[in-house]
Ligand binder design. Structure first.
Ligand code: SF4
Length: 384
Protein backbone atom coordinates (compact mmCIF):
# COMPACT_ATOMS: atom_id res chain seq x y z
CA UNK A 1 0.00 0.00 0.00
CA UNK A 2 1.34 3.42 -0.88
CA UNK A 3 1.91 5.75 2.07
CA UNK A 4 0.10 9.09 1.95
CA UNK A 5 2.05 12.21 2.83
CA UNK A 6 0.60 14.72 5.25
CA UNK A 7 1.74 17.71 7.27
CA UNK A 8 3.57 15.57 9.83
CA UNK A 9 6.01 14.34 7.22
CA UNK A 10 7.38 17.85 6.87
CA UNK A 11 8.19 18.28 10.56
CA UNK A 12 11.83 19.33 11.10
CA UNK A 13 14.42 16.90 12.46
CA UNK A 14 14.67 18.96 15.64
CA UNK A 15 11.21 17.68 16.66
CA UNK A 16 12.77 14.88 18.66
CA UNK A 17 14.78 17.18 20.88
CA UNK A 18 11.96 19.67 21.24
CA UNK A 19 9.68 17.01 22.63
CA UNK A 20 12.05 14.77 24.54
CA UNK A 21 15.42 16.12 25.62
CA UNK A 22 18.23 13.75 26.76
CA UNK A 23 17.24 14.10 30.42
CA UNK A 24 13.66 13.03 29.65
CA UNK A 25 14.92 10.10 27.59
CA UNK A 26 17.12 9.03 30.50
CA UNK A 27 14.11 9.33 32.83
CA UNK A 28 12.23 6.87 30.62
CA UNK A 29 15.15 4.43 30.67
CA UNK A 30 15.46 4.71 34.47
CA UNK A 31 11.73 4.08 34.82
CA UNK A 32 12.00 0.98 32.63
CA UNK A 33 14.91 -0.33 34.74
CA UNK A 34 12.77 -0.01 37.90
CA UNK A 35 9.27 -0.82 36.72
CA UNK A 36 9.45 -3.27 33.82
CA UNK A 37 7.47 -6.50 34.07
CA UNK A 38 9.63 -9.57 34.65
CA UNK A 39 8.82 -11.87 31.73
CA UNK A 40 10.43 -15.18 30.75
CA UNK A 41 11.78 -13.84 27.44
CA UNK A 42 13.13 -10.62 28.91
CA UNK A 43 16.67 -9.96 30.13
CA UNK A 44 17.38 -7.47 32.92
CA UNK A 45 18.65 -4.09 31.64
CA UNK A 46 22.43 -4.26 31.45
CA UNK A 47 22.34 -8.08 31.77
CA UNK A 48 23.13 -10.74 29.23
CA UNK A 49 21.03 -10.25 26.06
CA UNK A 50 18.57 -13.03 25.20
CA UNK A 51 19.42 -15.31 22.27
CA UNK A 52 18.20 -14.01 18.87
CA UNK A 53 16.06 -17.15 18.53
CA UNK A 54 14.34 -16.47 21.88
CA UNK A 55 13.57 -12.91 20.77
CA UNK A 56 12.18 -14.13 17.47
CA UNK A 57 9.90 -16.67 19.18
CA UNK A 58 8.59 -14.25 21.80
CA UNK A 59 8.05 -11.38 19.36
CA UNK A 60 6.07 -13.51 16.91
CA UNK A 61 3.98 -14.93 19.75
CA UNK A 62 3.30 -11.44 21.13
CA UNK A 63 1.99 -9.99 17.88
CA UNK A 64 -1.75 -9.38 18.33
CA UNK A 65 -1.70 -11.46 21.51
CA UNK A 66 -1.74 -10.43 25.17
CA UNK A 67 1.38 -10.92 27.29
CA UNK A 68 -0.52 -13.06 29.84
CA UNK A 69 -1.62 -15.42 27.06
CA UNK A 70 1.92 -15.86 25.76
CA UNK A 71 3.81 -16.72 28.97
CA UNK A 72 2.90 -20.42 29.24
CA UNK A 73 3.01 -21.24 25.50
CA UNK A 74 6.43 -19.55 25.34
CA UNK A 75 7.76 -21.67 28.21
CA UNK A 76 6.40 -24.86 26.63
CA UNK A 77 7.83 -23.91 23.26
CA UNK A 78 11.32 -23.19 24.56
CA UNK A 79 11.30 -26.42 26.57
CA UNK A 80 10.42 -28.39 23.45
CA UNK A 81 12.55 -26.51 20.88
CA UNK A 82 15.22 -24.60 22.82
CA UNK A 83 17.29 -23.62 19.77
CA UNK A 84 16.83 -22.56 16.16
CA UNK A 85 18.24 -25.93 15.08
CA UNK A 86 15.60 -27.79 17.12
CA UNK A 87 12.76 -25.80 15.58
CA UNK A 88 14.10 -26.12 12.03
CA UNK A 89 14.07 -29.92 12.40
CA UNK A 90 10.53 -30.01 13.89
CA UNK A 91 7.51 -31.31 11.98
CA UNK A 92 5.18 -28.47 10.89
CA UNK A 93 2.12 -30.28 12.28
CA UNK A 94 3.80 -30.45 15.70
CA UNK A 95 4.64 -26.77 15.43
CA UNK A 96 1.01 -25.88 14.65
CA UNK A 97 -0.20 -28.08 17.48
CA UNK A 98 2.18 -26.37 19.91
CA UNK A 99 0.74 -22.99 18.84
CA UNK A 100 -2.70 -23.93 20.22
CA UNK A 101 -4.24 -21.09 22.21
CA UNK A 102 -2.28 -18.30 20.51
CA UNK A 103 -4.44 -17.93 17.37
CA UNK A 104 -3.29 -16.40 14.05
CA UNK A 105 -1.54 -19.63 13.07
CA UNK A 106 0.19 -18.01 10.11
CA UNK A 107 2.77 -16.76 12.62
CA UNK A 108 3.63 -20.36 13.59
CA UNK A 109 4.16 -21.25 9.93
CA UNK A 110 6.37 -18.19 9.46
CA UNK A 111 8.39 -18.99 12.57
CA UNK A 112 9.04 -22.51 11.38
CA UNK A 113 9.85 -21.38 7.82
CA UNK A 114 12.16 -18.64 9.13
CA UNK A 115 14.07 -21.16 11.28
CA UNK A 116 14.50 -23.51 8.30
CA UNK A 117 15.60 -20.69 5.96
CA UNK A 118 17.99 -19.07 8.49
CA UNK A 119 19.65 -22.40 9.19
CA UNK A 120 20.00 -23.27 5.50
CA UNK A 121 21.25 -19.84 4.41
CA UNK A 122 23.29 -18.63 7.40
CA UNK A 123 23.59 -21.44 9.94
CA UNK A 124 21.97 -19.12 12.53
CA UNK A 125 19.85 -15.97 12.77
CA UNK A 126 21.94 -13.22 11.16
CA UNK A 127 22.46 -9.71 12.53
CA UNK A 128 22.46 -8.12 9.06
CA UNK A 129 19.10 -6.29 8.56
CA UNK A 130 18.86 -7.14 4.85
CA UNK A 131 19.42 -10.83 5.52
CA UNK A 132 16.88 -10.80 8.34
CA UNK A 133 14.29 -9.07 6.14
CA UNK A 134 14.58 -11.81 3.55
CA UNK A 135 13.51 -14.50 6.03
CA UNK A 136 9.85 -15.58 5.81
CA UNK A 137 7.47 -13.54 7.97
CA UNK A 138 10.02 -11.03 9.30
CA UNK A 139 8.79 -7.46 8.81
CA UNK A 140 10.44 -4.22 9.96
CA UNK A 141 9.09 -4.59 13.51
CA UNK A 142 10.50 -8.09 14.05
CA UNK A 143 13.82 -7.16 12.43
CA UNK A 144 14.03 -4.15 14.77
CA UNK A 145 13.24 -6.36 17.78
CA UNK A 146 15.83 -9.02 16.95
CA UNK A 147 18.56 -6.50 16.12
CA UNK A 148 18.01 -4.18 19.08
CA UNK A 149 17.07 -6.66 21.82
CA UNK A 150 19.32 -9.59 20.91
CA UNK A 151 22.23 -7.87 19.12
CA UNK A 152 22.12 -4.49 20.89
CA UNK A 153 22.01 -2.56 17.60
CA UNK A 154 20.44 0.94 17.53
CA UNK A 155 17.59 -0.24 15.28
CA UNK A 156 14.10 1.20 15.75
CA UNK A 157 10.86 -0.70 16.06
CA UNK A 158 7.29 0.53 15.84
CA UNK A 159 4.24 -1.32 17.10
CA UNK A 160 0.81 -0.07 18.19
CA UNK A 161 2.15 1.01 21.58
CA UNK A 162 4.99 3.02 20.06
CA UNK A 163 2.62 4.69 17.57
CA UNK A 164 0.37 5.82 20.42
CA UNK A 165 3.20 7.01 22.70
CA UNK A 166 4.90 9.03 19.94
CA UNK A 167 1.59 10.51 18.79
CA UNK A 168 0.91 11.70 22.34
CA UNK A 169 4.38 13.09 22.95
CA UNK A 170 3.99 15.21 19.82
CA UNK A 171 0.25 15.88 20.28
CA UNK A 172 -0.57 14.75 16.78
CA UNK A 173 -4.23 15.70 16.83
CA UNK A 174 -5.21 15.61 13.18
CA UNK A 175 -8.25 13.58 12.26
CA UNK A 176 -5.90 11.82 9.89
CA UNK A 177 -3.17 10.21 11.99
CA UNK A 178 0.49 10.74 11.06
CA UNK A 179 1.78 8.31 8.48
CA UNK A 180 3.56 5.23 9.61
CA UNK A 181 6.66 6.37 7.75
CA UNK A 182 6.73 9.54 9.89
CA UNK A 183 6.46 7.50 13.09
CA UNK A 184 9.32 5.26 11.93
CA UNK A 185 11.46 8.31 11.18
CA UNK A 186 11.00 9.67 14.69
CA UNK A 187 11.59 6.23 16.25
CA UNK A 188 14.84 5.86 14.26
CA UNK A 189 16.11 9.25 15.33
CA UNK A 190 15.29 8.55 18.96
CA UNK A 191 17.06 5.20 19.08
CA UNK A 192 20.15 6.59 17.35
CA UNK A 193 20.77 9.30 19.98
CA UNK A 194 22.22 8.95 23.47
CA UNK A 195 21.24 7.62 25.90
CA UNK A 196 18.95 5.35 23.82
CA UNK A 197 21.77 4.46 21.42
CA UNK A 198 23.84 3.16 24.36
CA UNK A 199 21.15 0.62 25.30
CA UNK A 200 18.79 0.20 22.32
CA UNK A 201 17.28 -2.94 23.79
CA UNK A 202 16.08 -1.20 26.94
CA UNK A 203 15.05 1.90 24.97
CA UNK A 204 12.79 0.03 22.56
CA UNK A 205 11.32 -2.10 25.30
CA UNK A 206 10.80 0.99 27.47
CA UNK A 207 8.77 2.66 24.72
CA UNK A 208 6.60 -0.42 24.31
CA UNK A 209 6.32 -0.98 28.07
CA UNK A 210 5.20 2.62 28.59
CA UNK A 211 2.46 2.15 26.00
CA UNK A 212 1.40 -1.21 27.44
CA UNK A 213 1.29 -0.26 31.13
CA UNK A 214 1.06 3.54 31.53
CA UNK A 215 0.26 5.32 28.25
CA UNK A 216 -2.61 2.93 27.57
CA UNK A 217 -5.26 3.46 24.85
CA UNK A 218 -7.87 4.43 27.43
CA UNK A 219 -7.20 6.34 30.63
CA UNK A 220 -3.44 6.88 30.31
CA UNK A 221 -1.88 7.15 33.78
CA UNK A 222 -0.18 10.51 33.18
CA UNK A 223 0.32 11.13 36.90
CA UNK A 224 2.80 8.28 37.19
CA UNK A 225 4.36 8.69 33.74
CA UNK A 226 8.15 9.28 33.72
CA UNK A 227 7.87 11.70 30.76
CA UNK A 228 4.77 13.60 31.82
CA UNK A 229 6.58 16.98 31.95
CA UNK A 230 7.57 17.28 28.26
CA UNK A 231 4.56 15.33 26.90
CA UNK A 232 2.56 17.71 24.71
CA UNK A 233 -0.68 15.74 24.86
CA UNK A 234 -0.66 15.95 28.67
CA UNK A 235 0.18 19.67 28.54
CA UNK A 236 -2.79 20.28 26.22
CA UNK A 237 -5.17 17.92 28.08
CA UNK A 238 -5.46 15.80 24.97
CA UNK A 239 -3.97 12.50 26.14
CA UNK A 240 -7.20 10.50 25.82
CA UNK A 241 -8.15 12.12 22.51
CA UNK A 242 -4.95 10.91 20.80
CA UNK A 243 -4.85 9.00 18.58
CA UNK A 244 -8.35 9.69 17.21
CA UNK A 245 -10.72 6.75 17.38
CA UNK A 246 -10.96 4.86 14.12
CA UNK A 247 -14.20 3.53 12.74
CA UNK A 248 -14.03 -0.24 13.06
CA UNK A 249 -14.72 -2.47 10.08
CA UNK A 250 -18.12 -4.14 10.23
CA UNK A 251 -18.15 -7.54 11.92
CA UNK A 252 -19.48 -10.34 9.73
CA UNK A 253 -22.01 -12.78 11.22
CA UNK A 254 -21.31 -16.44 10.33
CA UNK A 255 -23.38 -19.55 11.03
CA UNK A 256 -21.32 -22.68 11.79
CA UNK A 257 -22.64 -26.18 12.44
CA UNK A 258 -20.44 -29.12 13.46
CA UNK A 259 -21.05 -32.82 14.04
CA UNK A 260 -19.53 -34.30 17.17
CA UNK A 261 -19.18 -37.89 16.01
CA UNK A 262 -17.98 -40.15 18.82
CA UNK A 263 -17.06 -43.74 19.47
CA UNK A 264 -15.88 -45.76 22.46
CA UNK A 265 -12.07 -46.04 22.64
CA UNK A 266 -9.74 -48.09 24.84
CA UNK A 267 -9.35 -45.17 27.28
CA UNK A 268 -12.75 -43.54 27.05
CA UNK A 269 -14.71 -41.71 24.38
CA UNK A 270 -13.07 -40.50 21.21
CA UNK A 271 -14.24 -37.71 18.91
CA UNK A 272 -13.81 -37.61 15.13
CA UNK A 273 -11.74 -34.67 13.85
CA UNK A 274 -11.09 -33.40 10.33
CA UNK A 275 -7.99 -31.39 9.42
CA UNK A 276 -8.60 -28.13 7.58
CA UNK A 277 -6.71 -27.42 4.33
CA UNK A 278 -3.25 -25.81 4.42
CA UNK A 279 -4.60 -22.38 3.38
CA UNK A 280 -7.35 -20.15 4.71
CA UNK A 281 -8.61 -19.60 8.23
CA UNK A 282 -7.39 -22.09 10.87
CA UNK A 283 -5.20 -23.64 8.15
CA UNK A 284 -4.01 -27.15 9.03
CA UNK A 285 -5.91 -27.30 12.34
CA UNK A 286 -8.25 -30.04 13.53
CA UNK A 287 -11.94 -29.69 14.40
CA UNK A 288 -15.15 -31.75 14.52
CA UNK A 289 -16.40 -31.91 10.90
CA UNK A 290 -18.72 -29.05 10.04
CA UNK A 291 -19.77 -26.36 7.61
CA UNK A 292 -20.20 -22.58 7.56
CA UNK A 293 -22.78 -20.28 5.99
CA UNK A 294 -26.58 -20.09 5.72
CA UNK A 295 -26.77 -23.71 4.44
CA UNK A 296 -24.42 -25.10 7.11
CA UNK A 297 -27.11 -27.14 8.89
CA UNK A 298 -28.41 -28.68 5.66
CA UNK A 299 -24.85 -29.46 4.51
CA UNK A 300 -23.98 -31.27 7.73
CA UNK A 301 -27.35 -33.09 7.75
CA UNK A 302 -26.75 -34.29 4.16
CA UNK A 303 -23.25 -35.53 5.08
CA UNK A 304 -24.65 -37.45 8.06
CA UNK A 305 -27.39 -38.98 5.89
CA UNK A 306 -24.84 -40.08 3.27
CA UNK A 307 -22.98 -41.90 6.03
CA UNK A 308 -26.18 -43.41 7.52
CA UNK A 309 -25.68 -41.48 10.76
CA UNK A 310 -28.39 -39.95 12.93
CA UNK A 311 -28.23 -37.16 15.49
CA UNK A 312 -28.63 -38.30 19.08
CA UNK A 313 -28.45 -34.87 20.68
CA UNK A 314 -27.37 -31.28 20.40
CA UNK A 315 -24.94 -29.08 22.27
CA UNK A 316 -25.88 -25.62 23.46
CA UNK A 317 -25.23 -23.02 20.79
CA UNK A 318 -22.59 -20.40 21.59
CA UNK A 319 -21.00 -17.31 20.09
CA UNK A 320 -17.31 -17.25 19.15
CA UNK A 321 -15.83 -13.87 18.23
CA UNK A 322 -12.79 -13.24 16.02
CA UNK A 323 -11.54 -9.79 15.02
CA UNK A 324 -13.86 -9.37 12.03
CA UNK A 325 -16.20 -12.34 12.40
CA UNK A 326 -18.81 -13.39 14.88
CA UNK A 327 -19.60 -17.10 14.74
CA UNK A 328 -22.96 -18.52 15.85
CA UNK A 329 -21.84 -22.08 16.56
CA UNK A 330 -24.05 -25.09 17.11
CA UNK A 331 -23.31 -28.79 17.18
CA UNK A 332 -25.10 -32.10 16.83
CA UNK A 333 -23.99 -35.23 18.68
CA UNK A 334 -23.73 -38.43 16.65
CA UNK A 335 -22.69 -41.96 17.64
CA UNK A 336 -20.38 -43.50 15.03
CA UNK A 337 -21.30 -46.73 13.26
CA UNK A 338 -18.85 -49.53 12.46
CA UNK A 339 -17.35 -47.52 9.57
CA UNK A 340 -16.03 -44.06 10.37
CA UNK A 341 -17.52 -41.32 8.15
CA UNK A 342 -15.02 -39.55 5.90
CA UNK A 343 -15.03 -35.75 6.38
CA UNK A 344 -13.23 -35.12 3.06
CA UNK A 345 -16.64 -34.46 1.48
CA UNK A 346 -16.91 -31.46 3.80
CA UNK A 347 -13.58 -30.03 2.64
CA UNK A 348 -11.20 -31.59 5.18
CA UNK A 349 -7.92 -33.13 4.04
CA UNK A 350 -7.72 -36.02 6.55
CA UNK A 351 -9.38 -37.45 9.64
CA UNK A 352 -8.39 -38.90 13.01
CA UNK A 353 -9.93 -39.92 16.32
CA UNK A 354 -8.88 -38.07 19.45
CA UNK A 355 -9.68 -39.11 23.03
CA UNK A 356 -12.13 -36.57 24.39
CA UNK A 357 -9.92 -36.13 27.45
CA UNK A 358 -7.12 -34.76 25.22
CA UNK A 359 -9.19 -32.11 23.45
CA UNK A 360 -8.07 -29.30 25.78
CA UNK A 361 -4.42 -30.37 25.63
CA UNK A 362 -2.20 -27.54 24.41
CA UNK A 363 -0.88 -29.86 21.72
CA UNK A 364 -4.21 -31.08 20.29
CA UNK A 365 -3.76 -28.91 17.19
CA UNK A 366 -7.33 -27.63 17.45
CA UNK A 367 -8.61 -24.08 17.09
CA UNK A 368 -10.10 -22.45 20.18
CA UNK A 369 -13.55 -22.65 18.57
CA UNK A 370 -13.16 -26.42 18.10
CA UNK A 371 -12.05 -26.89 21.71
CA UNK A 372 -15.05 -24.91 22.92
CA UNK A 373 -17.33 -27.10 20.81
CA UNK A 374 -16.04 -30.27 22.44
CA UNK A 375 -16.03 -28.72 25.90
CA UNK A 376 -19.71 -27.86 25.44
CA UNK A 377 -20.48 -31.53 25.16
CA UNK A 378 -22.07 -32.57 28.44
CA UNK A 379 -22.02 -36.06 30.02
CA UNK A 380 -25.79 -36.28 29.40
CA UNK A 381 -25.17 -35.94 25.69
CA UNK A 382 -22.66 -38.75 25.84
CA UNK A 383 -25.10 -40.99 27.68
CA UNK A 384 -27.74 -40.73 24.97
S1 SF4 B 1 2.11 11.96 30.02
FE1 SF4 B 1 0.30 10.74 29.65
S2 SF4 B 1 -0.09 10.90 27.45
FE2 SF4 B 1 2.01 11.61 27.81
S3 SF4 B 1 3.27 9.81 27.45
FE3 SF4 B 1 2.84 9.89 29.63
S4 SF4 B 1 0.99 8.62 29.91
FE4 SF4 B 1 1.18 9.10 27.73
Amino acid sequence: MREKTNAHDTLPDSTVDLVLDPAARQALLDWYGREHRRLPWRAEPGGLAPAPYAVLVSELMLQQTRVDTVIEPYRRWMARWPTLHDLARADLQDVLAQWTGLGYYRRARHLHAAAVAALERHGELPNDPDLLRRLPGLGPYTVGAVRSIAFGEPEALVDGNVVRVLARWHAWTDAEPPTLSRTWKIARRLVSRPPASLDPSSWNQALMELGATVCTPRRPACLRCPVREPCRARQLGLAEAIPPTRVRAAVQEVQAVHALVWRAGPHGRQVLLGRRPATGRWAGLWEPPGAEGPDARATVAAWLAQNNLRESGQIDAFVHVLTHRRYQVSGVVVAAQATAPDPVALGYVEARWLPLAEVASPTSGMSRLAVRLCEGWSPQDLAR
